[in-house]
Design a protein around this ligand. Structure first.
Ligand code: CP
Ligand code: NVA
Length: 291
């Protein structure tokens, strides 16, 4: 049985644990042996493309990198026709898209499993790597105190959904207008505050992401102004509890995080980046039916 993986909210706690378990196993076999994986990108990527290509190879498959201009979704062809075309050649379709709805439409159009490599609303592959990294750093996710500082974006949403399902306690500090809708935060059991110091109090993990995500360049000035008080720096980290620092990358040193923090001894960004490959492998093994 093959399965889509479009958001972490579609998974239950047991499925999330299963993917994290698969991510660290050496006996996954070659579920993609002799098969292709279409990796379709509407936005740039360093980590996701490379971690996915290597994970496909590790599962025995052949990744094909496809840029948006080659396909022309909505201009050259419909979403459905692109999905059907990929399904003719590939055992798995992965997309990084401007609009999450494109992934929903692809998943609805074909039986081939569809994987979200980042959309405007979600970044489940990042969330899986974040969960694995926190588990490795703290020994457990249950009761882990995590603070996310800044824009409640795609990365924050997948982190929040994973934390909620696996029992980690997440607090988010964002300025007015940059947090999650109250109903969403309440449903996830997340504490939201406007005060970064309140969010990091007692936290063992402090996480941030860029203030201006891909596709938001026309809002850059307003975002930089609103989020400036939410920089993760040494003074803020000192208010946490001997915390590790995480960032999905790419980072802008001097904006959302200072260089001394992201390049400092408590930064775990390179373990986190490496875990992108391990969790991509676990996620695709799960999508192809587990072991
Ligand atoms: N974290 C992440 O998704 O990085 P890329 O945008 O480089 O893939
Ligand atoms: N929030 C960022 C994450 C990049 C990996 C973006 O969407 O651009």
């Amino acid at each position: 049985m093959s399965r889509d993986l479009l958001t972490l909210r579609d998974l239950d706690a047991a499925q999330l644990r299963e993917i994290l378990d698969l991510s660290t196993r050496a006996d996954l076999g070659r579920p993609l042996a002799g098969k292709g994986a279409a990796l379709f990108f509407q936005k740039p990527s360093a980590r996701t493309r490379n971690s996915m290509e290597m994970a496909v190879v590790q599962l025995g498959g052949h990744p094909v990198y496809i840029q948006k201009d080659e396909v022309g979704i909505g201009t050259r062809e419909t979403v459905e026709d692109v999905a059907h075309t990929f399904a003719c050649y590939h055992a798995l379709i992965a997309g990084r898209v401007m609009d999450h709805q494109v992934l929903d439409e692809m998943a609805a159009a074909v039986d081939t499993p569809v994987l979200n490599m980042l959309s405007d609303s979600d970044h489940p592959l990042q969330g899986l790597a974040d969960l694995l990294t926190i588990q490795q750093l703290l020994g457990t996710l249950e009761g882990a105190k995590v603070a996310y500082i800044g824009d409640a974006n795609n990365v924050a949403r997948s982190l929040a959904e994973g934390c909620a399902k696996l029992g980690a306690e997440l607090r988010i500090a964002s300025p007015e207008g940059y947090g999650f809708p109250a109903a969403e935060a309440d449903a996830l059991g997340i504490v939201q505050t406007a005060d970064p110091a309140e969010a990091v109090k007692g936290a063992r993990i402090v996480y941030t992401d860029v203030w201006v995500s891909m596709g938001q360049d026309d809002e850059a000035a307003a975002r930089q102004k609103a989020l400036a008080p939410y920089q993760v720096n040494a003074a803020l980290i000192a208010k946490a509890d001997d915390a590790f620092f995480l960032h999905c990358l790419p980072a802008r040193r001097g904006e959302e995080v200072t260089a001394d923090v992201i390049d400092g001894a408590r930064s775990a960004i390179w373990r986190q980046a490496e875990n992108r490959m391990h969790t991509a492998r676990g996620a695709m093994a799960w999508m192809m039916g587990g072991t």
